[in-house]
Design a protein around this ligand. Structure first.
Ligand SMILES: Nc1ncnc2c1ncn2[C@@H]1O[C@H](COP(=O)(O)OP(=O)(O)O)[C@@H](O)[C@H]1O
Ligand SMILES: [Mg+2]
Length: 382
């Protein structure tokens, strides 16, 4: 693999909480390399260990095993007994309850990390001015914090985290206190801000839409383990693991047995209770073995007439069709299986309609039937 500049390297992190019988294994060997300047997201369901991993990077938790380096400097190593305290790590943090101080103005809030370090007044003024400009709050220096909108308070929290010129920003569900509309709008803002400052950022969220929207790279986590790493496109269109396919967006799963793996741009063939399908196999499958076909609702083409081709075509009946404005979201019964299908709003769909479905072979991902423990190298992505 080509040499990259990694700003944060996490190796084989293990973390337990509690003692004796209460002891829980929360991180089970997490290893990650985070490229300099990237926006890197930890995504996974609640309780999978995202915050714990982030707090280990911040120095707010001590792992039991493993090592962490930031900017080439070891900040934690269990084996070498290295632990650099939080205030000496080059990080800025914005956490879920980003609590800016209500009794202070915008200026005082942002200046606070410098004030406690006794930086001289002129330097504080200059530096606060710079970061307020970066986040677009110049002119609001004297406004009391409670007189800000939710989005502005969020930006104050960012400015405060940036004011120390950290090498890495750590953001833990920073939008979760905002209402849905603002949250969606702030995605663009965070992404633009991160690009502008070009600062390596670790972003924690359980919201897959948010992760897809803002990330350069996403690390999908589940039960204290890393499942798969990739960019949003890769993970959405070519997941390597069943958990990734189901957690990131909506998908249909059809279990089967591999007849042929294909290769050299020739799709494989998967035998299922719905017939034999052409599909693209993920690493780790073998002929004769079990696999599950995963296809997203928007990759199933719906036709009212029987098509010429017969490969990857199914006959079904519309069970439910919900008009969503930009699409119909349908449940289509194929025998005893219900498939989720999104269709163009011009194609009027009514319950009871008989339809033909074409499952685009290039969008049929054959995945290992079960996610086995841990993650092999092939799932680590490029
Ligand atoms: N201080 C703690 N003491 C005991 N258990 C904890 C502590 N912090 C987190 N946990 C447990 O560790 C697991 C991972 O938590 P966390 O990292 O917060 O998950 P996430 O951020 O992905 O929702 C959860 O089961 C949680 O209950
Ligand atoms: Mg959390």
């Amino acid at each position: 693999m080509a040499e990259k500049n990694f700003m944060v390297r996490i190796q084989n992190l293990e973390k337990f909480f509690g003692e004796d019988r209460e002891r829980v294994h929360v991180l089970k060997g997490v290893s990650l390399d985070i490229p300099e300047g990237s926006l890197y997201t930890f995504l996974g369901p609640s309780g999978c260990g995202k915050t714990t991993t982030l707090r280990c990077v911040a120095g707010l938790e001590r792992p039991d095993i493993g090592s962490i380096s930031i900017g080439g400097k070891t900040v934690f190593s269990a084996a070498e007994r290295v632990y650099v305290p939080t205030n000496r790590r080059p990080i800025g943090m914005v956490f879920q309850s980003y609590a800016i101080w209500p009794h202070m103005t915008v200026f005082e809030n942002v200046a606070y990390p410098l004030t406690i370090q006794h930086v001289n007044k002129a330097d504080i003024k200059k530096r606060v001015g710079e970061v307020l400009k970066i986040v677009g709050l110049q002119g609001l220096e004297d406004r009391p914090a409670p007189k800000l909108s939710g989005g502005q308070q969020q930006r104050v929290a960012f400015a405060r985290a940036l004011v120390n010129e950290p090498k890495v920003m750590l953001l833990d569900e920073p939008l979760s206190n905002l209402d849905a509309k603002l949250r969606e709008q702030m995605r663009f803002e965070i992404k633009a801000l991160q690009r502008r400052v070009n600062i390596t950022t670790i972003y924690v969220t359980h919201d897959q839409g948010e992760a897809l929207a803002i990330s350069d790279q996403i690390a999908v986590m589940h039960a204290g383990k890393l499942i798969e790493v990739g960019n949003p496109h890769q993970l959405y269109s070519r997941p390597k693991r069943r958990f990734t396919a189901t957690f990131l967006g909506l998908t249909n799963l059809i279990p089967g047995k591999v007849v042929e793996l294909g290769g050299d741009s020739k799709p494989g063939r998967l035998e299922t209770s719905k017939g034999v399908f052409a599909f693209i196999p993920a690493a780790g499958l073998h002929a004769g073995g079990a696999a599950v076909l995963s296809i997203r609702p928007e990759h199933i083409e719906v036709m009212k007439q029987k098509p010429q081709v017969s490969e990857n075509v199914l006959e079904g009946t519309v069970k439910e069709a919900i008009f969503m404005g930009d699409a119909y979201h349908c449940q289509i019964a194929v025998g005893d299986t219900l498939l989720r299908v999104h269709t163009h709003p011009f194609l009027t769909m009514n319950p009871g309609d008989k339809v033909y479905l074409h499952l685009d072979p290039q969008s049929c991902n054959g995945l290992p039937a079960e996610d086995t423990e841990g993650m092999d190298e092939s799932a680590l992505g490029a």
